[in-house]
Design a protein around this ligand. Structure first.
Ligand code: AVJ
Length: 321
């Protein structure tokens, strides 16, 4: 059996119609907004990968260091032979750190970005020939279904990258509840959570000097042009990243540089100069704040790891067996 034959691919991904209606609904609101999950087309996923290598963007580096440092401890707590599930695991970038210790019976990455997921699953299969992979192309913010062919085992959800920060706190609790349901009694959640810290460090991480995050934000408009027939003039929109201290979140916006009308198919949208489209929230939590959210969702804290600079945290939670 060759590596590729071990990958099963399940296509449940969102349609263009859903993208279109989410964009139209979001742009009709004031303030206008677009859900951040649409950042990740092939171009956006590449730009995000570039973000993770920026000097200013500490989360990825900090999290990888923590995972490497504590991989044995994590495996010691969870045990081997589990069914490892990664919602949003489109790049399979961090899971390799855990695989040797965890020796899962199978790995199930779920991601909205089909091409990205397919390529990453193939690369991972080449690196870990013993690993059974069931890749599911799905929008996990809408539904979290296990591919029917996946084997049985204690379920361990892996949700790195502080992607939980894209939800507001109530949404995060609801999402954590859906993970608790997915893993079931005795199941685990290993989750990376970005910590509250100095505003300057946070704002630099989301507005880097090289302008990669700006490109990432603007790609949302370029994607609307490409896929939905929009006519956004990218030169007329400016990337903004601000830390909202009261709400404990980084906000990304796109600000209109002038008064303008944008068309998407037959729809048109008017924007005043300086009017913004809210494209992302990235909530930051203290260890205690996040423990409280997970507890509300039915999880019990097992362990938490924080780096020396207190930049990032990794929590291990469990649903009572
Ligand atoms: C993938 C949602 C965790 O919030 O830090 C990076 C996305 N946006 N730079 C984050 C992101 C701008 C990232 N998450």
């Amino acid at each position: 059996m060759n590596n590729a034959s071990k990958i099963e691919f399940h296509d449940l991904h969102t349609t263009r119609d859903e993208f279109l209606s989410d964009v139209i609904n979001g742009l009709r609101q004031r303030p206008a907004s677009i859900p951040p999950k649409y950042f990740y087309d092939a171009k956006g996923s590449k730009l995000f990968d570039a973000i993770t290598e920026l000097a200013e963007y500490y989360p990825t580096r900090s999290e990888i260091a923590l995972l490497k440092q504590h991989a044995d401890e994590i495996a010691g707590e969870v045990g081997t032979g589990s069914l490892l599930v990664e919602p949003g695991g489109g790049s399979c970038a961090k899971v390799h750190i855990l695989l040797k210790g965890l020796k899962p019976c199978a790995y199930v990455p779920m991601d909205i970005s089909k091409d990205h997921l397919q390529m990453a699953a193939q690369e991972l299969a080449a690196q870990f020939p013993w690993l059974e992979i069931h890749a599911a192309c799905t929008d996990f913010t809408r539904e979290m279904k296990m591919p029917p062919s996946a084997p049985q085992g204690t379920k361990v959800a892996f949700f790195p990258g502080s992607s939980i920060g894209n939800f507001d706190p109530a949404g995060a609790v609801a999402f954590l509840q859906s993970i608790a349901t997915l893993v079931g009694p005795g199941g685990y959640l290993l989750i990376g959570v970005d910590l509250k810290k100095d505003k300057k460090i946070l704002e630099a991480a989301y507005d880097d000097a090289a302008g990669v995050t700006a490109q990432f934000n603007l790609n949302l408009l370029a994607r609307i042009n490409r896929e939905l027939g929009g006519n956004f003039d990218l030169a007329q929109w400016q990337h903004l990243a601000l830390y909202n201290e009261a709400l404990g979140r980084i906000e990304m916006h796109l600000r209109s540089r002038c008064q303008q009308t944008v068309k998407i198919g037959s729809e048109s949208f008017d924007f005043a100069q300086d009017e913004t489209i809210h494209s992302e929230n990235s909530y930051k939590y203290s260890v205690e704040e996040f423990n409280a959210l997970a507890t509300q969702a039915g999880f019990v804290s097992q362990q938490v790891w924080v780096d020396d600079k207190q930049l990032f945290s990794i929590h291990l939670f469990r649903v009572k067996p």
